[in-house]
Ligand binder design. Structure first.
Ligand code: RIB
Ligand code: CA
Length: 307
């Protein structure tokens, strides 16, 4: 039985590879792609999502979602993803239209019209939170939310906060306190999957349209990581959300209490993960604690080869 998923994303170089994995696995039924502002403005992330899906021949609805966070001001991440939000690859000019619905409505319709839908989120959680608020039926209908965001330790946008959560902490609070099962894949795990030059050349050797897109995108992604963080290569965060659905042994999760700091202080946007259960508070999330790096790149390679 294929697993129904809806992907909410902000492409974004790593989001693009999450789309690639979601669109090529025989055990996943990608119902649609909703797009949110984050790595770039909504116009750019939406265009990027439609370009990647069209380039890969993934024929699913792509819907434009929220342009701004629920409460705070918008932030974008041009330093890593570039002016277009997906610098490094020139997509052909496509005329495929966006779905007429708002991205939030696409999430709602996908969940209500299908069974056991998993929401995969690789950007700020604005669309997901708004869907839950607009249609409370989702509280009992969504199978689980698998998201890239947060960290059990330090952030990448402030000492305390990871980018996706920092972009809309109030939305993250809505999601983590909703009661819907949440799998959180944070920086403590994704920082172990670095897309090195060796990984890039391994994928480049596949010598296909998808591998060409992967290699060109990752070279620019890494150049931006070097310029921003002074590292040789960057973590390929987002595909871990889809990869753990493809192979459930990939990531080790620990159930615990996670509270989002929405206090607007120096830890605004932090995912406070109670690993040692100090607070004896309800365990509202499964938090990723480890990942099998070799398996991860094998899943990415297999996904590229599947096209
Ligand atoms: O912190 C990493 C996350 O922020 C990833 O989803 C990346 O695409 C950016 O959105
Ligand atoms: Ca992302």
């Amino acid at each position: 039985m294929k697993r129904n998923i809806i992907l909410d994303c902000d492409p974004g170089h790593d989001d693009a590879i999450a789309i690639l994995l979601a669109g090529s696995n025989p055990n996943l039924n990608l119902l649609g792609i909703s797009v949110v502002a984050g790595n770039q403005t909504i116009e750019k992330t939406a265009r990027n999502a439609l370009n990647v899906a069209t380039y890969l021949g993934i024929d699913v609805p792509v819907a434009i979602g929220c342009e701004f966070p629920m409460v705070r001001e918008r932030v974008i991440c041009a330093a890593i993803h570039g002016e277009s939000g997906l610098d490094g690859f020139d997509f052909p000019k496509y005329d495929k239209p966006f779905d007429k619905r708002h991205g939030v409505q696409l999430i709602i319709d996908s969940v209500l019209n299908n069974e056991d839908v998993t929401i995969v989120a690789t950007g700020p959680l604005t669309n997901v939170a708004m869907a839950i608020k607009l249609e409370p039926k989702l509280l009992n209908k969504v199978k689980e939310i698998v998201l890239m965001g947060g960290s059990v330790d330090n952030g990448n946008t402030s000492p305390a906060a990871e980018f996706n959560i920092m972009c809309d902490p109030e939305a993250a609070h809505v999601v983590f306190s909703s009661g819907i099962p949440v799998k959180m894949i944070g920086l403590n795990v994704t920082r172990k999957v670095i897309v090195t030059d060796e990984v890039i050349s391994r994928m480049e050797k596949i010598n296909s349209k998808p591998s060409d897109m992967f290699a060109k995108l990752m070279k620019v992604f890494n150049a931006n990581q070097r310029n921003t963080f002074g590292v040789k290569a960057g973590p390929l965060h987002d595909p871990a959300t889809v990869a753990c659905l493809i192979d459930e042994s990939l990531i080790k999760f620990q159930k615990m209490n996670v509270v989002i700091d929405i206090s607007h202080g120096p830890s605004y946007g932090r995912t406070n993960c109670d690993i040692f259960d100090y607070l004896h508070a309800p365990h509202n999330a499964y938090v990723a604690m480890d990942i099998d790096v070799e398996k991860y790149w094998n899943i990415v390679e297999k996904g590229i080869k599947a096209y």
